[in-house]
Design a protein around this ligand. Structure first.
Ligand SMILES: [Zn+2]
Ligand SMILES: [Zn+2]
Length: 182
């Protein structure tokens, strides 16, 4: 049984963007990316006071989409939304991931401003968040996709590739995952 990742459009997300993310993720991690059906109506995640949506509530939704599986790590789920997400200690997040549950999210809400870089930013964020589901931490190399983006210029400056060190860690994780589930 091979690994796969489900890409879930949360609301009416541009199909070209979803396909671009699916193909890049598939290439970066060597896993099959499957575009799942659109999920909508996440009003329960809305925080009226902040006028934002709870990242945690969205992660929970991603878990529900995957359902119970004997090897949750083999079936990662990445949600793509265009609403603005927050987590308790941050004003906003571009993306979010939970390693133990193998779920991740990208919000394109703040990627639209300026110079037509929405797709590039979303792709980098998707690779970054899925990297977390493989146990990768933030990297000090500001060109590496695992660098933490404080703002959009950080996202624009870093590449969509892993630095050599992160690549090595990732490859080891992918390999040990295969052995574990063989
Ligand atoms: Zn991160
Ligand atoms: Zn790195």
């Amino acid at each position: 049984m091979g690994e796969s990742i489900k890409i879930v459009p949360l609301g009416d997300i541009d199909g070209g963007l979803i396909m671009e993310i699916a193909s890049q993720v598939s290439m970066s991690f060597g896993i099959t990316a499957i575009v799942d059906e659109m999920q909508c109506c996440h009003e329960s995640a809305y925080n009226r006071r902040r006028n934002q949506y709870s990242g945690e509530a969205f992660l929970k939704l991603m878990e529900d989409v995957r359902g119970e599986t004997p090897f949750p790590r083999e079936h990662r789920v990445l949600g793509i939304t265009d609403v603005d997400l927050y987590i308790p200690d941050l004003n906003y997040v571009f993306g979010l991931a939970d390693e133990t549950r193998s779920v991740a999210l990208v919000s394109v809400a703040r990627f639209k401003k300026g110079n037509g870089r929405l797709i590039e930013r979303a792709v980098k964020t998707a690779v970054h968040e899925i990297g977390h589901t493989y146990g990768l931490a933030h990297c000090h190399d500001n060109r590496c996709v695992m660098y933490f983006s404080y703002n959009l210029s950080d996202t624009d400056y870093k590449g969509k590739e892993f630095c050599l060190k992160c690549r090595k860690t990732l490859d080891a994780r992918i390999l040990s995952g295969e052995v574990m589930c063989a």
